[in-house]
Each structure stands twice: as structure tokens, then as C-alpha cells.
Design a protein around this ligand. Structure first.
Ligand code: FES
Length: 320
């Protein structure tokens, strides 16, 4: 996937569902069926702001059987680099967007004997589409959903109605917390656990599962970290023969794309590995923020994931 491979959609409904989250319905401009997807898929939404182009990944939460429209939910980020603000403040019904084809980096395991789903806040979104598949199936599952307070529990009415006792809600405001040890120490053989939410929640689930002897292959997580901000720096693209300035609130990938050079991507969150780029010369330090390169690769400094990583340097040349 790259910036050139997109579909045109129109926003046909916008609904505020919590103080921080809006729910968007997107229909194809040409009326043709949208590409098929499976629960856990995301799309990258291209937002053309006045001075910047934002490309943010959002999970599809609509039923995978519905090819007429996609639904996404967007949380307004306190420290937004512009994408979530654009979606909340500038997008109106009738507005048009480009979206990339769906990609699934967070699928349900097909041979699991049971699924334990753990969501924090906006992390509920990939599970909504997965629940459509799970609801009528024979595989047992349970959903643990933690939010700040009842008013922040997006989609809770739909979940309560459909999931009944399979749903457990936790409110920080009422000092309710997921008992990770209790949950992960006592599951039948063949259970898979999935977590999507804040980094602290994901780390807690991974660490607890390891401590109780879960194989890594049974622990699934989705973390779309927004690219961190940092100091401005300059990069030279060897094949394009151009120098590119990376602004403090811009990712290296966004700066390269802004200069008209395409880099393959899927997740734009440091997970998939698609944007891996060779570092040809460096006088300074690479600031790796991805979850893809090994510690040894990061120490070698020969590769960078420009969707999330940056550099503090006097001189950086990339093989682009
Ligand atoms: S686009 Fe997935 S790691 Fe960069």
C-alpha cells in the first residue's frame, strides 16, 4: 500500500457517541461495493488539510458483511498532530475522503478454542467487527472493556444488548479494574487473548500472559502509536536526490510523502514493517519508536521505520 492506491468515499453520517469520540459512516462515491474485509481490519484515511496531508489508520467497526459502507470511530487526541482534529472539526456530512484498501493486522485466530478480548477506550473498535463474526459462531468468547467513566463507554448499549453476560465493563471512575492475573491464569488450553487500548494496558496483558506461561503466538495486540513529536531534522533521499525537512510535529514518513516520494506502508504505526528503509549514512542517533525491528537491528542503525521513528542528527541519508 502507498499513497497512490486509494478509494474515494463520501461521509454520509457523523454522530458524536462520547465526549471524545465521533462515529463516521463512509460510502463509496461510485456506489460500487467496497472491498471485502475481516474483523480487526483497518483503513488508512487520507485527510487533505489546508497545509498538510494526514494519513491516519482507523479500525473498521462495521459488520464485515456490509460492503455498502464502512464505519469508523475517531477519538479526538489531546495532543493531536492534526488528523483527529480534522476529522472532528472540519469534516461534515457530504465531505469526501480518500481511503486505502482494508488491511488486517489483528485477525482472530482461526483455530483458537476460546477468545478473550480486552479493550481500553477507543480500542473497542476492532473488536466490534470481530464480534459480528463471533456472535453467531460456536467458539466461546468474552469481552472485557475498560473506560474512564460510563459516559466514555462508546457503543456500550449495542454491546450490552448483543453480548449480555459475555461483556464485562470496567469504569476507572468507580475504581473498577481488570484483574489481569485472575483473567489470564485460569483459561482453558487453546485460548487466545487479544488486546487493543493504551500502551500501559497492552504491556500489562503481554507481561501477565508471559508470566502465566502463555505462548506468544496466543497473545495478540494492536497498537497504533501516533508518531511521536521531536526536534526538527533534515534527511537526504539518495535516489530522489532531494533534501527533506522533518518538522517537529511531522513524522519522517509524512515529510517524505510531502516531498512527493512514496514509501510503502500498511499500518503507519510501527508494527507491520512495510515502511522499513535502509539508512545509508548517519552522523547522529536514530530514535526508534517502532515495534518491528529487533533490539539488535535498532542497535546496528542500518534501518529505520519512518512512520514512527525519527533522528537527532547532523546528517542522515536514506535509500529512497
Ligand atoms: S507502515 Fe507499518 S511499520 Fe511503518
Amino acid at each position: 500500500m502507498s499513497g497512490g492506491d486509494t478509494l474515494q468515499v463520501e461521509v454520509t453520517a457523523i454522530e458524536r457517541i462520547t465526549p471524545l469520540i465521533k462515529h463516521f459512516t463512509l460510502r463509496p462515491v461510485d456506489g460500487a461495493p467496497l472491498p471485502a474485509f475481516s474483523g480487526g481490519s483497518h483503513i488508512v484515511v487520507v485527510m487533505r488539510d489546508t497545509h498538510r496531508v494526514h494519513r491516519n489508520p482507523y479500525s473498521l467497526l462495521s459488520p464485515p458483511s456490509d460492503r455498502a459502507a464502512y464505519q469508523i470511530a475517531v477519538r479526538r487526541m489531546e495532543e493531536s498532530r492534526g488528523g483527529s482534529q480534522f476529522m472532528h472539526d472540519q469534516l461534515v456530512v457530504g465531505g469526501r475522503l480518500e481511503i486505502a484498501h482494508p488491511v488486517n493486522l489483528f485477525p482472530l485466530d482461526k483455530i483458537a478454542r476460546k477468545h478473550v478480548l480486552i479493550a481500553g477506550g477507543i480500542g473497542i473498535t476492532p473488536f466490534l467487527a470481530q464480534l459480528e463474526d463471533l456472535h453467531d459462531g460456536a467458539i466461546p468468547y468474552e469481552l472485557h472493556y475498560a473506560v474512564r467513566s460510563p459516559e466514555h463507554a462508546a457503543f456500550h448499549e449495542r454491546l450490552r444488548t448483543r453480548e449480555g453476560t459475555r461483556l464485562r465493563l470496567y469504569y476507572d471512575s468507580e475504581a473498577q479494574a481488570i484483574d489481569y492475573d485472575g483473567l489470564l491464569s485460569n483459561q482453558p488450553l487453546g485460548t487466545h487473548v487479544y488486546v487493543c487500548g493504551p500502551a500501559g494496558m497492552i504491556n500489562r496483558v503481554i507481561e501477565t500472559a508471559r508470566r502465566w506461561g502463555w505462548p506468544d503466538s496466543h497473545v495478540h495486540w494492536e497498537k497504533f502509536s501516533p508518531p511521536p513529536v521531536g526536534d526538527a531534522f533534515e534527511v537526504f533521499l539518495a535516489r530522489a536526490k532531494i533534501a527533506v525537512q522533518v518538522l517537529p510535529d511531522q513524522s519522517l514518513l509524512e515529510a517524505i510523502e510531502g516531498a512527493g516520494v512514496e514509501v510503502p506502508y500498511l499500518c503507519r504505526g510501527g508494527v507491520c514493517g512495510f515502511c522499513q528503509t535502509r539508512v545509508l549514512e548517519l552522523d547522529g542517533e536514530l530514535l526508534h519508536h517502532d515495534h518491528y525491528l529487533s533490539d539488535a537491528d535498532k542497535a546496528r542503525g542500518k534501518s529505520i521505520m519512518p512512520c514512527v521513528s525519527r533522528a537527532t542528527c547532523k546528517h542522515l541519508v536514506l535509500d529512497l
